[in-house]
Design a binder for this molecule. Structure first.
Ligand SMILES: *[C@@H]1O[C@H](CO)[C@@H](O)[C@H](O)[C@H]1NC(C)=O
Ligand SMILES: *[C@@H]1O[C@H](CO)[C@@H](O)[C@H](O)[C@H]1NC(C)=O
Length: 237
């Protein structure tokens, strides 16, 4: 069972002054409807049924998600705010999946997967793409994360609407991890259904929700590391 309040309580994010402010609530709320038109709900068809991940619309025909969200086939739902109220949504199947070849499922390094849509999304008020941060962009500190944390599992649901929370990034603990991930600390955190969703800073996508360590350190795959590969892949089709 997924905890459907996980993103809500990601609000319990620690800041740079961790030791002092451990567990302090700094925010976390329902997103304003369609304020993040690049948000995608990735419906994954797996042997054990439908599962969900977050995703990020990068171009009208490409969505970025996490490699650990792989499945046998996918549908991408765009323009969603409340999962139970599909108005103005676009449900598009996936033509081809491009997992990053360097993905390591043990360490979650390069946890990035590109999905090419079978049809171009219609860009409108509810659906539009977001720019990627590149190696030339400065290291961010204050960012936001969004997701439908309760989209997976059948436990009690508090909300099915898109949630968002502000996070303060810090070190992942060692140089090696810092080269692959952005990190934030929090007692609770991003739930499984949030995987693949965006870490947004300065209106660009910097990270993809990946995993967590010891239930406290949340990892985001670094998009700038992969921008070149992503662009090359999108331009190759
Ligand atoms: C995140 O910070 C921004 C800018 O300070 C603020 O407008 C927004 O309401 C905050 N979001 C949440 C979820 O607390
Ligand atoms: C998207 O379309 C597929 C195929 O038609 C369907 O099985 C699935 O239930 C749809 N998903 C949503 C959330 O509407």
């Amino acid at each position: 069972m997924q905890l459907c309040w996980t993103l809500l309580v990601l609000a319990l994010t620690l800041t740079a002054q961790d030791a002092v402010y451990a567990g302090r609530i700094i925010g976390g709320k329902k997103a304003k409807p369609h304020s993040r038109p690049y948000m995608a709900l990735v419906e994954r068809n797996t042997p054990s049924g439908k599962k969900y991940c977050g995703g990020i619309l990068l171009r009208d025909d490409f969505v970025l998600t996490a490699a650990h969200c792989h499945a046998s086939s996918y549908n991408v739902i765009l323009g969603v705010h409340d999962i139970n109220k599909p108005v103005n949504t676009q449900n598009i199947s996936v033509k081809q999946a491009f997992p990053n070849k360097e993905y390591d499922k043990n360490t979650l390094k390069n946890d990035i997967l590109l999905l090419q849509l079978n049809a171009k999304a219609e860009i409108n008020t509810y659906v539009s793409d977001i720019a990627m941060a590149g190696p030339e962009d400065a290291n961010p500190t204050v960012c936001s994360v969004a997701g439908w944390g309760c989209s997976e599992g059948s436990g009690p649901r508090m909300t099915t609407v898109l949630m968002e929370v502000n996070v303060t990034l810090g070190s992942c603990g060692d140089q090696e991890s810092d080269s692959y991930f952005y990190c934030c600390e929090g007692k609770h955190g991003v739930g499984k259904g949030d995987s693949g969703g965006p870490l947004v800073c300065d209106e660009k996508v910097y990270g993809v929700v990946s995993g967590k360590i010891d239930e406290i350190l949340h990892l985001f795959s670094k998009v700038p590391n992969h921008k070149k590969w992503i662009e090359e892949t999108m331009n190759s089709v």
